[in-house]
Design a binder for this molecule. Structure first.
Ligand code: NZQ
Ligand code: ZN
Length: 399
């Protein structure tokens, strides 16, 4: 196990009554004037925004609102948010929504504490040294952004989707009421399940495996999300299943499931290019790539894939005669089981299923070019991927 730092400062209030804690949390974390930031309408339609407005009014906490965050959130709205907050003297950003709203809020919060262009942080031209505080009312379990150190923003002018990671942006608090996720369409639920599993898979397929306690936590989480994720699609109003997925979403990406190991995140980096190029849902993009990535990197460590097959996908490791299957065979069975799982929950398993046609060679070259920043940048740790390898994986996923 390598040395590690585990820092999860976010105060979590979880459950049916959790939203009642909002005014108290805002006061506790020093909010004098709040920006309520939200998405394209689901939080308005559900009445959540109206109930937050009433709660803040009653608690004498002034606020302004900015909706319109789109999935794969845009830099242009971040700029608008920064300008609005400066004009209105806002000192606390409240994200009401999912990963896109939270990431947009984090970017506004970075921008408010910086004199230059906030894109500098996403373009790796500067590192954040401060941020305004962010709080979250979560409506979709998926990104884990409610506890993560990450924010991912799309610069549509440049055709770039980039992440910025720093502890400054970890939310002060996250309010999580699983009932809020009852209204999610099946597709969004499945995208969330895929993303949650993937945040821990990216940590599990580490060059530093095995790591017994970290592995046990990770395997338990991935197996639970797989089982409860499939069940919740059959029973979308089941509170306990929704609660299991929601809490898993935070634990999968707050660092817990990767303590002591280097993470991979190659599939994530490749996916961010898909969502930039085709504006697809992040979870669906991950499902379209993962099995192809897995087969490509398989030979690095077949035993790791065998553990995944046995402990996450519940594949019996024994043959009919009671003898343990070779790692290669078991590992490949695990990848196939994952593909079948994606199909059962309605996720694409290749690029044509994701975008409705094959990607052109030119598009794949562009994605590999962007992902490798013109051939100067590699992704992944389980197997390091350079531009040529990225392109090979896109081609495999395009068949
Ligand atoms: O915009 P509205 O109308 O609210 O609709 C949203 C959106 O269309 C809808 N939705 C949310 N809550 C709902 C609901 N619909 C019905 N009922 C509800 N309760 O769901 C759609 C997707 O929302 P979005 O926030 O885009 O989803 P998600 O949470 O998956 O976030 C995706 C973004 O997060 C980034 C992704 O790249 C993507 O941009 N990620 C952020 C990470 C982080 N900051 O740590 C890590 C992830 O790996 C990921 O990259
Ligand atoms: Zn993700």
């Amino acid at each position: 196990m390598r040395d590690f730092k585990y820092f999860t400062p976010t105060e979590v209030v979880f459950g049916r009554e959790s939203e009642a804690a909002l005014p108290g949390l805002l006061k506790k974390y020093g909010a004098h004037k709040v920006l309520i930031h939200y998405g394209g309408g689901s939080a308005v339609r559900s009445g959540l925004i109206a109930s937050i407005e009433s709660a803040l009014t009653e608690a004498c906490i002034p606020f302004v609102k900015l909706g319109g965050v789109v999935p794969n959130p845009h830099l242009s709205l971040v700029y608008e948010g920064i300008e609005l907050c400066r004009k209105e003297h806002v000192d606390f950003i409240l994200a009401v929504g999912g990963g896109s709203v939270i990431d947009s809020s984090k970017a506004i919060a970075y921008g408010l504490a910086y004199e230059g262009d906030v894109w500098d942080f996403y373009d790796a031209k500067a590192a954040p040294k401060a941020s305004f505080p962010v709080g979250v009312v979560l409506t979709i379990p998926a990104s884990g952004s409610e506890m993560s150190d990450s924010s991912v923003i799309t610069n549509t002018e440049r055709g770039q989707k980039r992440g910025c990671n720093s502890d400054f942006c970890r939310p002060k608090f996250a309010i999580m009421n699983p009932e809020r996720s009852f209204t999610l369409p099946a597709f969004q639920t499945a995208c969330g399940v895929t993303d949650i599993m993937m945040h821990t898979m990216e940590r599990y397929f580490s060059p530093d495996s095995p790591m017994s306690i970290t592995d046990a936590v990770a395997e338990g989480l991935m197996r639970t999300v797989r089982i409860d994720g499939e069940a919740v699609l059959q029973h979308p109003d089941n509170y306990d299943l929704r609660a299991s997925i929601m809490w898993s979403g935070s634990l999968a990406h707050n660092g817990l499931t990767g303590c002591g190991g280097r993470f991979d995140f190659g599939t994530h980096r490749l996916e961010h290019e898909l969502s930039t190029m085709y504006d697809v849902a992040h979870g669906a993009g991950l499902a379209a790539l993962w099995c192809h990535w897995a087969k490509y990197v398989f030979d690095v460590n077949p035993a790791r894939f065998a553990s995944f097959a046995e402990k996450v996908m519940d594949i019996c490791p024994l043959d009919a005669g009671g003898k343990r299957l070779p790692d290669r065979e078991l590992g490949l069975m695990g990848i196939e089981a994952m593909r079948a799982f994606y199909k059962r929950i309605g996720m694409p398993t290749n690029i044509p299923e994701l975008i409705g046609r094959k990607a052109t060679e030119e598009e794949m070259v562009t994605m590999a070019e962007r992902c490798s920043r013109g051939g100067t940048f590699t992704v992944g740790n389980f197997l390091v991927l350079d531009r040529a390898r990225m392109l090979e994986i896109y081609r495999l996923a395009n068949d």
